[in-house]
Ligand binder design. Sequence first.
Ligand code: SF4
Ligand code: SF4
Length: 349
Amino acid sequence: MAADVLKEAILQRAAELGFDACRFAPAQTPPHAGAFRKWLEDGRSGEMAWLSKNADRRTDPQLVLPGAKTIIMVASNYAPGPTALMGDADYQIARYAWGDDYHTVLEPKIRALEELLVTFGGRQRSYIDTGPVLERDFAALSGLGWHGKSTMVISRELGAFFFLGALLTTLEITPDQPAKDRCGTCTRCIDVCPTAAITAPYQLDARLCVSYLTIELKGSIPEHLRPLIGNRIYGCDDCSAVCPWNRFAKASGEARFAARSFAAQWRLRDFLKLDDQQFRDLFKNSPIRRIKRRGFIRNVCVALGNTGTQDDIPALQCAMHDPEALIAEHAHWALRQIASRTGDSISAG
Ligand code: SF4
Ligand code: SF4
């Protein structure tokens, strides 16, 4: 089968499966391999040890799939519509986590794309965000988007809110052209970042990023950074939300990415009452489940410390006696913060 017929068949199947973009990159050393290693050496990946553990594989697709010729990059739009549910909540959750876990939504789709390639004699490996692949580099190499100053991939058509999947194959397919950097003189993402984690255009210090602090960091959140987190309880996407390229994005057609109904009903302090089982039930099949109750309630305490009022004090006083020391410590901090705003003294309840 001629290469362009194969490419056409893949594009058609990707569209049938609901992917919003599908582009092709050569399975070569990614352009930012050196910069990625330097970033790790500088310690800017924080506690994300797995990134250094498989750095060799991340910077060489041949170690992931020997004989790989092409990396097929797919994207799935999760941009919420104008009437999205989270507007009234007294907390913020990064948009990608408003609905179902994207792995469970997208993995069956990328496997289905793999099946097509098997029929053409290819060997494949595919990943939705969990593999040893520098997805953003290959997305940029394939022309799906460009590396924005925010360090996220930005697409002319999809804006900034889309998931990436990478499918490595031994089949040789004509690569697409890389996209041009269209950030121009814009600096909105850098200016909006609450923690100055984007230390320079295209440079992220993950240790400062709210996504890292509220999701990847397992222990205590450094006290000096807590006030900067505001009311964000799972991730942050401010740098993506302000990107002017979102103006061309359409709302996602995937209902499973829409905000869950609890979002409009729960207040921050209500989350403090969740026990382990209730937490697992509330966040069933949500990415939020990943940080477990202890990480989630820790984040809720930080948000209450930043935004809470006297009405939140009883719930925080209970949380101060939580058997999880991490929660108790963050609840205590939150009470001190509220007390410093209201002039009240704290009691152990
Ligand atoms: S996700 Fe939030 S904290 Fe992280 S770089 Fe973007 S704006 Fe800054
Ligand atoms: S906000 Fe501006 S600078 Fe940042 S990624 Fe988007 S276009 Fe580029």
